[in-house]
Structure formats: structure tokens, C-alpha cells
Design a protein around this ligand. Structure first.
Ligand code: GTP
Ligand code: SPV
Ligand code: MN
Length: 601
């Protein structure tokens, strides 16, 4: 039996139990024996399915409700006293109204269930970077996932006796009813309430809710950055490891980039990749004037479809054991399958909705019925990953040489370009736009602005957030260089022009060369762009003219893009830093000038 001397914690648990009325309360201690007992219980109750233990030791499958398969951004709220503090990009509710509305749903929601108390640390226990949370939940699936994704148990309770504050995270599945689903954040109370969902991003409250929405608010107050970024180390041929952080919107390639294996053509040079994180980066300016980053998580919650031994061999190795699969296809031999994995589809199986499935099935509109959901995922420990960094546990993190922003754009943005300076880089980050993916409910493919890939995750006014980025830049002696990448540009037929995945290292190589002043670049209206000959294409076959097309800048199309940026910026009114309007104006005049020169020639 776990106990704590922290009176605030004990009182809060009691109070929440009075509201939710569970039959029992169980403290999670982080031990293997308790985890195994929970796995057994959850299997017996049908909440998870034990997979073939010879082929997939320690692995389980879970299916969510069919209307509970991705983050529900329209049901996600930032609840600050003043609406302006949530800003124009967030859904807002007053704290009073939000607590009242949710309390009705939470009331008695855990009757007949156990309330699990999960003390967890985001970041190494005791590090200056780290934050403690305690999640109360009636879902064993949540407990088992949190055990993979965060540092859980006794050691966190002991640390909490030395620190006072923790984020109060309350979750109940309640009736898993989409009409009674709310994901509420109370940054001013350091509190999260999530009810009516069983999907990862809505319920693993240490992840998007704490480590991005609440943490971004704390980071602004305390002078650091909480970002939706992967962190990776690139060991160069000379043995030096340079670390980069990259923000791409959900399902736009962070996990894949974070653990790439160098392509054949570049192997000879001796690069090696070290994975620090695939989704979240907490960064601080240190006494050396550089930016240092930690990954607060201990696991990956990765997208399954498209993961195979060509696109991501390290991940295929990682998910062979101790992994929870969610919403993938179950094969007759009790292993799993998804669209775009190595093997061809099995002759039969059970689809993500629990129905019998075989290849070629069509729905009433003639569309193929998928075996696994497009946002099906796996939860797996980072230490399973062959490329995991040896610096994961370091309290200090890693120094960041470059920051990348990126989006999924068929047109317009080139494969790679570099900001002229930090302020211009913040403008580039603030104007990231991307085609919507299956990671959130909504129309897939629609282009939306997603500044710094944080649109769904910033816990306060994004106008203030841009200001914070600008200020952080001014505090650094050696700010990382800022770049923008786009792996998703297509030709007239809609085919990707760039092979992507492992080959992306060729672009990272140029980025590092720029950081180390080893290579020239072309000064264009939008930023520095590589000379085609400076991207190493040894060993890949690009179609004739593809690289030029990938690096092409169409000034007319960019001027059209500016109109969209203007509308996006306008909604922040006086909260948008003037520096971003300056960057906007400079970009407009550079584009007009370039267009003039081009039409003259
Ligand atoms: P979240 O976990 O939602 O934050 O997503 P993520 O940014 O980690 O995305 P992930 O790496 O899981 O990739 C999502 C999808 O993009 C997968 O279907 C990949 O196959 C695809 N993808 C990743 N990298 C590339 C690339 O370089 N080129 C192309 N064409 N597709 C890619
Ligand atoms: C994302 O959607 O950006 C994810 C998955 O990383 S979730 O945890 O659901 O947010
Ligand atoms: Mn993500």
C-alpha cells in the first residue's frame, strides 16, 4: 500500500473520490507486479486482448469506441478567468462554468469501478526541468499507457514530499459518450479535467494536456519553452553529436524523423542518429547562452499505418515487445496488422471495430473498409528503440543547434529553407500551415494554420506565445538557427517529389553544414535555399528536374499565401507582436521585388 505525507494530495484524492464515487481507490506504485496484475484484470474484463506472447511478448491490443479514435479539438477548452488569456485560437470556457458542466458528468461516474491514483513525473525525477502530475482515472488502459509514457510510482511520491506543487489531473471514461465528452484545462489552477473519452491524446493527461497545454502556460511564466517537437542527435562523421528539435503538426513525420537510419548512399560517411524524443520538447536557455532540451516522456505513442521496415526500421524493432496497440487489425494468430506494414494483408482478421474483416471489403459507398484506423497507434517504451539516446536520463538535456518547422504542403513551400535570423524564424514558425491529418477529428486534407505545430496545444493566448518566442531569442547568446522543411511536395500527378523518410538525412546534412558555416546558400525572398548541388543525392533516383522543382519558389503563389497569413494574424488584434507584422511587410516587399526582377528577365 502506497502512502504519502503530502496532505494536499491526500485531501484532493478524497475530494475527487467523493465526487466520482468509485468502489475502491488504488495507488499505482510503478512495480512490475502491480502492472502485471492490472494487465491480467484488464484482459479478463476484455478491456485489452493479450497478443501472441511467443511472437509479441508483453504486447496487448485495445479497441476504443468507434467515435473516440482521435483528439476532439472542438471539445477541448482552455478555462481562464479572462477569455483574452486563452486567445482567439482556443476554445474558451470560464472556470466556473466549466467545473459546473463537468461536475454533472463526473458525479458518480466511477460507481462500480476502481479509481487509480497515478503519481507521475514528466522529465527525470528531481530534474529542474521536470514537473509532477497526479492522474486519477477509472481506466486500466490509461494506467498501463501512463506506465509506459511517464515515470510513475513511489519515487515520484517521495519527490513530491520535497516539492509542493503538482498538476491535478482527473479523468473518467464515464459513459464514453461523445455528447458528454470534455477536455478541460485550468492553467490558473494547475488542473486538468477530462471526461467521456478513452483516446490517448484526450486521456493520457501527462502528454498533450500537461506537457504542452499546461506546461506552455507555466513556461511563459517561468521563462522556458514547452513545444510539440522531436529531439534527435546526429552524430557526424567526425564523432561530434549535434542535436536538433523539430516541430511538425500531428501525423506529419516527427516520429519517423526522430529515429531514422542513414540511407545507403550516406552510410559511407558515418552518420549515426540518437533518438531523444518524438513528440514533446521542454527547452531552457542555460548559463552558456544556448538552448537545452529534454524529452519529458519515456515512451512513444506512435502512428501505426505506414510504419514498416523501409519507412521506420527502428520502430519496427521497438514495438516487438512490451507494446500496447490501439485500433489495429487482429490476425488469426493473435498478432497485429495495419495498412502499410511489411506483410500483405492477411486473408482474414478482426478489424479495429471488432468486426470480421478480409481484404477488398467495401462500404455502401464503395470505399474500402480499412483493417486498422488511420490514427491507430502503439504505445511503446523509448528504451526499446535501438537508437535511443544515452542522454535520456540526464537532468540537463541536450544542447540544440537547429530548430526545424515543417508542414504537410503539396505545393508552395520548398523542401528546405533557412530563416535569416531568429525573428524571421519566429515568423516562419508562426505561419506554418499544414494539411489536416487523421490525428484530429475533422476534414482530412484541409490546409490550416498551425503555428509552431502548437495550434491545438498552446495553453494561452498565441499572440503572447509569439512574444515569448521573440523574447527567448533575445536571451540567447547562441540561438539555434531556424529552418523550414516540407517532405510532402507533389508533382502534377500528386506523387511525392521527395522520397522522404531515411532520405531526409540529406536535408539534415545541409542544415548542419549551415550551422557550422560549411556551405553557401542562395538568398531568396523567403530565406536561404540550398544550391541544388549542395544536397547530396548519391544513391537516390530523383526524376529529372525534381530537385529544382523541390527548391523552387513561386513568388506569385507566395503573395497569395500572404493574404491568408494576414487574415490569420489579424485575429490576434493588438496581441500580435509588431515584429511579426514587420516580418510580414518585409517578406511582401522582397517577394514583389523578386517578381519584378523575374518578369523583367
Ligand atoms: P504525431 O504522433 O501525431 O504527433 O505524429 P508525427 O509527427 O510523429 O508523425 P509520424 O512520424 O508518425 O508520421 C505520420 C505519417 O506521415 C505516417 O503515415 C508516415 O508514413 C508519414 N511520413 C513520415 N515521414 C514522411 C516523409 O518523410 N515523407 C512522406 N511522404 N511521408 C512521411
Ligand atoms: C498528436 O496527435 O499530435 C499525437 C497523438 O501525438 S495524441 O497523443 O493523441 O495527441
Ligand atoms: Mn504529437
Amino acid at each position: 500500500m502506497v502512502s504519502t505525507h503530502n496532505k494536499k494530495l491526500r485531501d484532493w484524492v478524497k475530494k475527487m473520490a467523493r465526487l466520482c464515487q468509485p468502489d475502491n481507490i488504488c495507488w499505482i506504485d510503478g512495480s512490475d507486479s502491480q502492472r502485471q496484475a492490472l494487465e491480467k484484470e484488464a484482459s479478463v474484463l476484455g478491456e485489452i486482448i493479450e497478443l501472441n506472447q511467443q511472437k509479441l511478448p508483453g504486447c496487448f491490443l485495445h479497441r476504443t469506441a468507434i467515435d473516440d479514435v482521435a483528439r476532439t479539438e472542438h471539445l477541448t477548452f482552455i478555462c481562464t478567468k479572462k477569455k483574452r488569456d486563452a486567445g482567439p485560437t482556443n476554445n474558451w470556457m470560464s472556470p466556473l462554468a466549466a467545473y459546473k458542466k463537468a461536475r454533472v458528468i463526473f458525479k458518480g461516474a466511477m460507481q462500480g469501478r476502481t479509481m487509480y491514483v497515478i503519481p507521475f513525473s514528466m522529465g527525470p525525477v528531481g530534474s529542474e526541468f521536470s514537473k509532477i502530475g497526479v492522474e486519477l482515472t477509472d481506466s486500466r488502459y490509461v494506467v498501463l499507457n501512463m506506465l509506459i509514457m511517464t515515470r510513475v510510482g513511489e519515487v515520484v511520491l517521495r519527490q513530491l514530499e520535497k516539492e509542493d506543487g503538482f498538476t491535478k489531473c482527473l479523468h473518467s471514461k464515464a459513459g464514453l459518450d461523445i455528447n458528454k465528452r470534455l477536455i478541460l484545462h485550468f492553467p490558473e489552477d494547475n488542473t486538468i479535467w477530462s471526461v467521456g473519452s478513452g483516446y490517448g491524446g484526450n486521456v493520457l493527461l501527462g502528454k498533450k494536456c500537461l506537457s504542452l497545454r499546461i506546461a506552455s502556460y507555466l513556461a511563459k511564466k517561468e521563462g522556458w519553452l514547452a513545444e510539440h517537437m522531436l529531439i534527435m542527435g546526429i552524430e557526424e562523421p567526425n564523432g561530434r553529436i549535434e542535436y536538433i528539435a523539430a516541430a511538425f503538426p500531428s501525423a506529419c513525420g516527427k516520429t519517423n524523423l526522430a529515429m531514422l537510419i542513414p540511407p545507403e548512399g550516406l552510410k559511407i560517411k558515418g552518420y549515426r542518429i540518437w533518438t531523444v524524443g518524438d513528440d514533446i520538447s521542454w527547452m531552457r536557455v542555460d548559463s552558456d547562452g544556448s538552448l537545452w532540451a529534454v524529452n519529458p516522456e519515456t515512451g512513444f505513442f506512435g502512428v501505426a499505418p505506414g510504419t514498416n521496415s523501409k519507412t521506420n526500421p527502428n520502430m519496427m524493432e521497438t514495438i516487438k515487445k512490451n507494446t500496447i496497440y490501439t485500433n489495429v487489425l487482429l490476425k488469426p494468430d493473435n498478432t497485429v496488422w495495419w495498412e502499410g506494414t511489411d506483410e500483405k494483408a492477411p486473408d482474414q482478421g478482426i478489424d479495429w471495430q471488432g468486426r470480421p474483416w478480409k481484404p477488398g471489403l467495401k462500404d455502401s459507398c464503395g470505399n474500402p473498409i480499412l483493417g486498422s484506423h488511420p490514427n491507430s497507434r502503439f504505445t511503446t517504451p523509448i528504451t526499446n528503440c535501438p537508437s535511443h539516446s544515452f542522454r535520456l536520463k540526464q537532468h540537463h538535456g541536450v544542447p540544440i543547434s537547429a530548430i526545424l518547422f515543417g508542414g504537410r504542403r503539396q505545393h508552395l513551400t520548398p523542401l528546405i529553407y533557412e530563416a535569416f535570423n531568429w525573428q524571421h524564424g519566429v515568423f516562419i514558425g508562426a505561419t506554418v500551415a499544414s494539411e489536416r491529418t487523421a490525428a484530429q477529428v475533422g476534414n482530412v486534407g484541409e490546409v490550416r494554420y498551425d503555428p509552431m505545430a502548437m495550434f491545438p496545444f498552446c495553453g494561452y493566448n498565441m499572440g503572447e506565445y509569439f512574444k515569448h518566442w521573440l523574447e527567448t531569442g533575445r536571451r540567447m547568446l547562441n540561438p539555434p538557427k531556424i529552418f523550414h522543411v516540407n517532405w510532402f511536395r507533389t508533382d502534377e500527378k500528386g506523387n511525392f517529389l521527395w522520397p522522404g523518410f531515411t532520405e531526409n538525412l540529406r536535408v539534415l546534412e545541409w542544415i548542419l553544414d549551415r550551422c557550422n558555416n560549411k556551405v553557401q546558400a542562395i538568398n531568396t525572398a523567403i530565406g536561404y535555399v540550398p544550391r541544388p548541388q549542395d544536397i547530396d543525392t548519391a544513391g537516390i533516383k530523383l526524376t529529372e528536374g525534381a530537385l529544382e522543382k523541390l527548391l523552387e519558389i513561386n513568388e506569385e503563389a507566395w503573395l497569395k499565401e500572404l493574404a491568408g497569413i494576414k487574415n490569420f494574424f489579424k485575429q490576434f488584434k493588438s496581441d500580435l507582436p509588431k515584429e511579426l507584422w514587420q516580418e510580414y511587410d518585409s517578406l511582401a516587399s522582397r517577394l514583389k521585388q523578386a517578381l519584378k526582377v523575374r518578369t523583367k528577365n
